[in-house]
Design a protein around this ligand. Sequence first.
Ligand code: GLC
Length: 430
Amino acid sequence: MIQPWFEGAKLGIFIHWGIYAVEGIPESWSFFNDQISYADYIKQCAGFTAAHYDPKEWAALFARTGAQYAVLTTKHHDGVALYDTAENDLSVVKRTPAGRDLIAPYCEALREKEIKVGLYFSHLDWSRPDYAPVPVGERTNKTLNSASFASWEGGKDNPAWQRFIAFQRAQLTEICTKFSPDLLWFDGDWTPPHEWWDFDETGDMLRRLLPDVVINSRLGSHGDYATPEQGQPIARPQGPWEFCVTMNDSWGYQGRDQNYKSVREIVRLFAEVVGMGGNLLLDIGPMADGTIPPEQAERLEAFGAWNQKHHEAIWGTDAGLPAGHCYGASTLSADRTTLYVFVFDRVVDGFAVKGIRNKVKRVSVVGGGGDDGGELSFRKRGGAEWMNVPGVLWIAVPDAVLDPLATVLKIELDGELDLWTGAGHAITAN
Ligand code: GLC
């Protein structure tokens, strides 16, 4: 059973922060893919200062976006922990000038702002010789060939693998007991095969430690919600879900990557995800000193200002109309009597919404202000109302009311939404 807070949250901020920000190279994958040697990758530890890390400022910024939760990497595939693990000394505490635990102050700052605490943890660990990333013989990659990783012989009973599982569970226990996160965001469960991980046992352990924790889907079948990533869903995923996506093309900080989504794109993405009943987990990649890059901070601020103006159309709503009723995303108020429609483009002939059987009481622009409260004129055209086949609702949306990012129309109905979704038929009584 998913925690109700998660489904109502709508927006979370994902944070990929680690030593990879020093050179601005891909998190962990850069050595896995031989872009850099493992030794040079780890040398980045020397430049990871966290000198300007101000989690209270982060939390205040997240709060301004409207985000209800955030998820920070406690340990990515590279194995470098952002907290003081007793399991090894590969942590920013012991190996970098940052020299301290970065997770506890983050949790505290979020909680002060009533933002739920999410922690990311990579099951796999490419710094741990006991971890078996690829069966011997299939290791084509230079870095991993030269590393002394455990073999796959003996399957999951291989003593090295058993040691690895014990290590992984010990670190997870630390994370649960030190920080009591509201959400655990797992990753890196793809090798070795799922049976090796005994995720049922890990899941039981986590639920014992934190009975109310929300767990993403990357823990075998023990997760609470689906995590489509980067490719925006076309069809609505089943059950609770969250779409995680980068602002540019990188999870972590990579200064050269300026391929940023515009604020308009982010707003649109968000409206489309929420309109299909999901949450958006929008990623940022802080620099090695803890600064959120200006390109990212600016986008969060502008996105937040739009969210503030359109708050009622997002928070407290459910998924809106299924595809086919209008060219845009929509949400429905909890009492199902108000539809919010997100308009992304200039409207030339009027904005059309099909299939609404209800009487429409009023249509207005959210945040429209003015003497008329942003009221818009509308009419229904066509249909055969006497046979309960509704006409098309046409709403006049003059340029003057358009929001530069996305305009939200509020359609107030005479009762709970009564939707016609038929394929049409002959009208037998005129
Ligand atoms: C992928 C990548 C990883 C990233 C994650 C975020 O699984 O391996 O680098 O952290 O996606 O969803």
